[in-house]
Design a protein around this ligand. Structure first.
Ligand SMILES: C=C(OP(=O)(O)O)C(=O)O
Length: 309
C-alpha cells in the first residue's frame, strides 16, 4: 500500500492526489442516504454523472459513537418516533449493505471510501479494498483511531475543522506526515462565508510543505469551493443530496445533482487554467503580437534560450 512516491503525492487506489494531478473530487454522501440503499445508489449515480472521482460515507458503531446519556432520548423521524440510539442504527448500513455499495461503485466505475468514527469501523472498512480512509474533523483528537488508521498503511485524509493548530500538529504526528492529505474545513452546517478562512489552505501548505492540502466545504453555494481550488486545494469534498429539502441534518448544507455537475465542470476548468506558472509565449499569441506590438522581439530564440537555462 505505501509505495515510494514523490514527497507531495499520495496514492489513492491506482490514482494520486497532489500537485500536478487532477483535483480528486469527492461527493460526500455521509448519511444523506437516510439508511436507504436505493437513495445511496441514486447519489452514486449523481456523482458519476457529474464526473466525481469518489463518493464517501460515514461509518459508525452507534454504541461507541453516541454518548450514553443520549441513547434513550426520543425523536420524531420519517420512520416514526424512536430513541436516538435506534435512529443511529437506522442510518447505518451493515456489511451486506456495503457489499452492495462496493459492487455498485465498481459497476459504475467510481471509488468509494468512508470516515470511520471508531476503531471497529476501521476494521469494518478494511474488509473492503477502499482506496483511502478519511478522518472527520470531529475525530481529529482521537489518537486511538488515528493509530488504527495509520496501521492500515492506506492514505488518510485528515479534516481539520473545529481544531487548533496544536491539535492539528499532534494529529499529523500521530498519523505520520508521509501518508496523509490535510483538508481545511470549517465545521458549521452551513458554514458562513466570513468563517471559511480559505487562506488556511495556504497556511497548511506552508506549515506542511510535503503534504497535499485539500478542502472539505459545508458552505451554501459553489464559488468558495472553486476559490479553494484556485488557492491550490488538490482534494475537494462536498456533501451531496438528492433534495436539499429531504429529512436529515446534513441535507440543507449539501449540493444537489445540477450544482454538483457545475462544480465538477468548473473545477476542471480552473485546474486546467492554473497552468504550471512558467511564463511562455503561446503560439496563438504570435498573430496578435504581430498586429499589436510596435517593437517586435525575437520570441522563438529567447524562449528556447530561457528554456535551456
Ligand atoms: C464529518 C466529516 O468530515 P469533515 O470534518 O471534513 O466535514 C466526515 O468525513 O465524516
Amino acid at each position: 500500500m505505501t509505495t515510494s512516491l514523490p514527497a507531495n503525492l499520495r496514492a489513492v487506489g491506482s490514482r494520486h492526489i497532489g500537485n500536478g494531478q487532477p483535483v480528486y473530487i469527492t461527493g460526500e454522501i455521509g448519511i444523506n442516504h437516510n439508511g436507504d440503499l436505493e437513495n445511496a445508489f441514486a447519489l452514486i449515480d449523481a456523482a458519476v454523472a457529474a464526473g466525481c472521482d469518489a463518493v464517501k460515507f460515514q461509518k459508525r458503531t452507534p454504541e461507541i459513537c453516541t454518548p450514553r446519556d443520549q441513547w434513550e432520548i426520543e425523536r420524531d423521524t420519517p420512520w416514526g418516533r424512536m430513541t436516538y440510539i435506534d435512529y443511529r442504527h437506522r442510518v447505518e448500513f451493515d456489511e451486506d449493505g456495503y457489499r452492495a455499495i462496493d459492487e455498485y461503485c465498481r459497476k459504475r466505475g467510481i471509488d468509494w471510501f468512508a470516515s470511520p468514527w471508531d476503531v471497529p469501523s476501521v476494521e469494518f472498512l478494511e474488509k473492503f479494498n477502499v482506496p483511502v480512509h478519511k478522518v472527520a474533523s470531529a475525530c481529529l483528537t482521537d489518537d486511538e483511531l488515528l493509530q488504527a488508521l495509520r496501521a492500515t498503511g492506506r492514505t488518510v485524509v485528515l479534516s481539520t475543522g473545529m481544531s487548533t493548530p496544536r491539535q492539528i500538529r499532534h494529529a499529523v504526528e500521530v498519523l505520520g506526515s508521509d501518508n496523509i492529505v490535510l483538508c481545511h474545513a470549517t465545521s458549521t452546517y452551513p458554514a458562513k462565508h466570513e468563517e471559511l478562512n480559505l487562506r488556511m489552505i495556504n497556511t497548511l501548505q506552508s506549515e506542511f510543505p510535503n503534504v497535499p492540502v485539500g478542502y472539505s466545504g459545508h458552505e451554501v453555494g459553489l464559488q468558495t469551493t472553486l476559490a479553494a481550488v484556485a488557492l491550490g486545494a488538490v482534494f475537494v469534498e462536498r456533501h451531496i443530496t438528492l433534495d436539499r429539502a429531504m429529512w436529515g441534518s446534513d441535507q440543507a448544507a449539501s449540493v444537489e445533482s445540477q450544482g454538483l455537475e457545475r462544480l465538477v465542470r468548473d473545477i476542471r476548468i480552473i485546474e486546467t487554467s492554473l497552468g504550471d506558472g512558467v511564463k511562455k509565449v503561446y503560439e496563438g499569441e504570435l498573430g496578435p503580437m504581430k498586429k499589436l506590438r510596435r517593437v517586435p522581439g525575437v520570441v522563438a530564440e529567447q524562449q528556447a534560450a530561457d528554456a535551456a537555462v
